[in-house]
Ligand binder design. Structure first.
Ligand code: CP
Length: 303
């Protein structure tokens, strides 16, 4: 029997496997633009979100339906048996009887790994606390490859590098593409040492700064993130760093012509809407690319 292919973290993929997923996403992109296919006809995806989501939940839903499959969703946890005290292991064990794969978002780091140990079908991590968000990373890589260049990219990761799971997975992935990485964060929100050590051991040059202006004229990609209010143990600490960075048209006056600005979204003030129409803004395209990339992931784990 074929082993189950879970998607828990980005390090479990080789560069070749990532490139294959990105190539597959490119092949599937025309379907994401409005046609349908029967690649996953008869298959069912279960989406279990213990935390809010717009893009991840609905792009998985769209991807599955564009490929001819169906989706079951347990809705807000208050309307499910989680509200009666059911634990994650039991929910996952049951779900294997209803669906061919499970997409799980959970506030606890390590929840997707734990769920995979109880699951008879593939588990796809859609964000585990401040841990990782590997499918976001695959769509981020797809965006960089399509809108800029991926190999040896010069990229600034900006904002909440401590709690932001998208930048954690992306940093690991970029180590496979010889990137040069600038880490821009206030002291309180610096990238965890374990991730920096991994980058350095992979031969990646990293530069840390608090000042966005130091890097805007140097990089090919500016990847800015929301400060993750919900992860702060103390609301007062959040208030101290809440408005650390904001990209405006003025911020970009020294940017390279072909700089791209990315954001996993939602944004809550990090990018002025005046930037949306600039040639640099790709964050809405980036969220669309979630559909073809998630099609590629679903066809990989269920195909
Ligand atoms: N980028 C992302 O994970 O967005 P959602 O929280 O809306 O899913």
């Amino acid at each position: 029997m074929k082993p189950i292919r879970h998607v828990i973290n980005i390090q479990s993929f080789s560069r070749d496997e990532i490139d294959t997923i990105l190539d597959r996403a490119a092949q599937l992109e025309p379907i994401a633009h409005g046609t349908t296919s029967d690649i996953l006809s008869g298959r069912i995806l279960a989406t279990l979100f213990y935390e809010p989501s717009t893009r991840t939940r609905l792009s998985f839903d769209a991807a599955m339906k564009r490929l001819g499959g169906d989706v079951i969703d347990f809705g807000p946890t208050e309307g499910s048996s989680v509200a009666k005290g059911e634990n994650l292991a039991d929910t996952i064990s049951v779900m294997g009887g209803y669906a061919d794969a499970i997409v799980l978002r959970h506030p606890r780091e390590g929840a997707a790994r734990m769920a995979s140990e109880f699951s008879s079908v593939p588990v796809i991590n859609a964000g585990d606390g401040a841990g990782q968000h590997p499918t976001q990373t695959l769509l981020d890589l797809y965006t960089i490859r399509k809108e800029s260049k991926l190999n040896k990219v010069k990229i600034a990761l900006v904002g909440d590098l401590k709690y932001g799971r998208t930048v954690h997975s992306l940093a690991h992935a970029l180590s496979m593409y010889s990137a040069e990485i600038y880490l821009v964060a206030p002291d309180e929100l610096r990238m965890p040492d374990s991730i920096k050590t991994n980058l350095i051991e992979s031969g990646i040059r990293i530069t840390e700064t608090k000042d966005l202006d130091d890097v805007v004229g140097v990089v090919d990609v500016l990847y800015i993130t929301r400060i993750q209010k919900e992860r702060f143990p103390d609301p007062g600490e959040y208030q101290m760093v809440a408005c650390s960075y904001k990209i405006t048209e003025d911020t970009l006056k020294n940017a390279k012509d072909d700089l791209i600005i990315m954001h996993p979204l939602p944004r809550v003030g990090e990018i002025d809407p005046g930037v949306d129409k600039s040639r640099h803004a790709v964050y809405f395209k980036q969220s669309f690319y979630g559909v073809p990339v998630r099609m590629a992931i679903l066809s990989m784990v269920m195909g």
